[in-house]
Design a protein around this ligand. Sequence first.
Ligand code: ADP
Ligand code: MG
Length: 901
Amino acid sequence: MSVVSKILRAGEGKKVRRLAELVPLVNELEPAMEALSDEQLKAKTVEFRARLAEGESLDDLLIEAFAVVREAAWRVLGQRHFDVQIMGGMALHFGWIAEMKTGEGKTLVSTLPVYLNALAGEGVHVVTVNDYLATRDSEWMGRLHAWLGIKVGRVGPDITDFLEKKAAYDADVTYGTNTEFGFDYLRDNMGANRDQMVQRGHHFAIIDEVDSILIDEARTPLIISGPAEQAARLYYQFAGIARSLRRDSDYEVDEEKKLVYPTEAGIAKVEQALGVENLYDAVSVGYVQQLTQALRAKELYRRDKDYLIADGEVKIVDEFTGRTLDGRRWSEGLHQAVEAKERVRIQDENHTWATVTLQNYFRLYEKLGGMTGTAETEAGEFASTYNLTVVPIPTNRDALRMDQADLVFKTEAAKFNATVDDIAERHEKGQPVLVGTASVEKSEELSRLLAKRGITHEVLNAKQHFREAEIVSQAGRLGAVTVATNMAGRGVDILLGGNPAGLAIRELRARGMDPSTEEGAAELAKLEAHFAKECSEQGEKVKELGGLYVLGSERHESRRIDNQLRGRSGRQGEPGESRFFLSLEDDLMRLFASGAMSWVMDRALPEEEAIEAKMVTKAIERAQNTVEGRNAEVRKDVLKYDEVLNEQRKIIYKRRLQVIDGDDLHDYTVELLEVAMNTVVTTACPSDYPEEWDLSLLIAEVTQYYPTKFSVEDLAQAGDRDQLIESLVNEALNFYEQRPESFPGGGVQAREIEREVMLQVIDQRWRDHLAEMDYLREGINLRAVAQQDPLVAWQREGYSMFGQLMEHIDEDYLRYILHVDAVAEQPQEPDLNQAVYVAAEDPVATVASAPLAGSMDQSSIDPPAPADFVPVVKADHQKVGRNDPCWCGSAKKFKQCHGAV
Ligand code: ADP
Ligand code: MG
């Protein structure tokens, strides 16, 4: 049994020990690796690839490949993977979550499994929480990979060129944020052919800060949506056209079945009104459905009987009780058509074009690995939702940080006073302080208090990842006070004494010098040398003062986030200290620890003094447990609800790909035609008795598919329904088979057109379906009132709506395919330039896209001219300048250090 298969069988508790047993195997190879020349070491990549091609597995290569990367990292980056880092790398390769504390060097750890898995040539995705980290890691670790002959790419909002992005995905390893990967996936599944797709599959992803991505952000799905204005305009236009059409000559109505049938004359009028040649050519715009719904709204839905107008809204009247059904809407555009007919505002939000939850996006990967400092508290959820095992990796050196007990105050004011006192005291000594807050508001409040005391400080709100990364990197300077929300400066290393390169460039700029000039560069080099020395001296002093002091101004709902904050201090065995300040007025306490509160209230305790009672600490822990549990439930719920949509999405996306990849639809079309003729005959002719046949209805229905030559008299000759069906099927098939003759490209072009039509019908109907599922989801909780389990109702109704969707797709397709002339000059829908992207990036980013939220709030469109739609542009992506200090703390310019080419 190979060493590797042994480890895979190891039980939960044994995994770490088994990993540790493999490390010596890597270490044994070290002398041999050291002896290799650069060229020989690089050649290992070629050798490994050849051995893979000959049938060896990645697991077979694991030990050697890790030894190669370790040696290469030493030569290229000047860093040699510690033994625990080797263990972490293996955990990632095996598809586990490596829990490694902050500062343990997870960025470097990832290079091991990235290299190994990249050898397979199927693409490895490295997922980060923000673009700053994606840029940093792709360039920093990219040097190592490139040296070893592994191609590195990065995707991000600044990479807008299609080919550039495609190249990034074609690389052996691709760096990017979770949202970028997710949105690319959605966009890929909106394209009309393979050439428009950037991703080439989902083989292996390594997620950095995996708890942030898979737990914290998992409650909000990624959504691409488009403006509804265009659609609204079209509804009004069709309502006007419907008004001008005449019953019986332009269309026929079957009141009983609630159906309308436009005649050829009617269609011609509509085409003229719209100025189009063939109504059926514009598949993706859906003129035909619009017309049908406008006519149904006109003829079949009566005001004050079927619906009321109240508060400018169309409300459905329940036909049995006569009461209005609040929150319900007719589907498939009928409701909007009625609104247009009544000239009220069309209640139509941004149209969802595509959506996926992060959970379901990441479940697409064949293998998933994750790393973070804080995973254990959520191990259960990782296991159940993602099938990911958490493996805690020991630290490289013993942790020295002192985590002090919480201080609890009666009032928030007293807490803040004590907080500021503590900060002032430490600041006076020169100890650097990092203050964590739970919200931007609290940050600002604290900032005001600090300013009053004359304490210089920085405030970070996770608004600008690049700028804030620079500031956080200096949070370990003597006397530095940095106030930051949880998200701010994530993933940035805080060196005690400061980051010399950053200080040097700052100083140079302050002197008004340009680092790109010869003079500036020379000066910068001097400054860097100066600061390197200065920072290391400062670092020693900071250590004597106890290292970085982390002060939490409030407990977060989740212990994990608190641990993240604590973890900013005491990296790599350095000294450090942390403490949380709480008050009974904190949200967490008020809402979830009322028992403890009344206990305190019953005792006449002084305001200013901290309460040190086990009872309170216990209560906080319980409160956190409660909230964590509740949030986990919410996420599970989101997942259960999304399950329905996810299954549907998978089916639709698969179908699209079949069509895109050249599925021949000829035989399928024949089948559909046969079924359709069967259906129309059985609807119009309920039995074999000719007296019960409604032949003019039958002809009206058949005409919706193709222009039949049969008259009522012809059809009356038939002896039974089977004969009717047979004649119609024959005629229809003949019509279908002869159509290619009218195309210049004949049968080949006919097949091509069929595929294009099918794809557009799928997309159009799928988008409508998503909108309807949205409505259903919004209203589903009202079902609880009607004694229904909302989830069950959602599953049942969602299922049935999907069934209808599939039927409608086939039906639409069939109609179009027998009418369409050519699909060449289609208005391309949807126009992605108008798309709005929504994700739960972080709280502040959500605020940053306020114009979007605004346009969604105004969720209705006024009858005449809708306001211009302003697309939301993502915040400009800042890049690390070539002359800026390198993030690694080397005291060199980026271009001379990790940015060197
Ligand atoms: P984490 O993501 O685990 O918090 P980082 O990847 O940001 O940690 O690394 C923290 C710091 O440790 C970085 O400055 C990095 O260069 C340094 N580092 C990581 N591994 C090593 C190593 N093997 N030898 C020397 N320095 C290392
Ligand atoms: Mg990190």
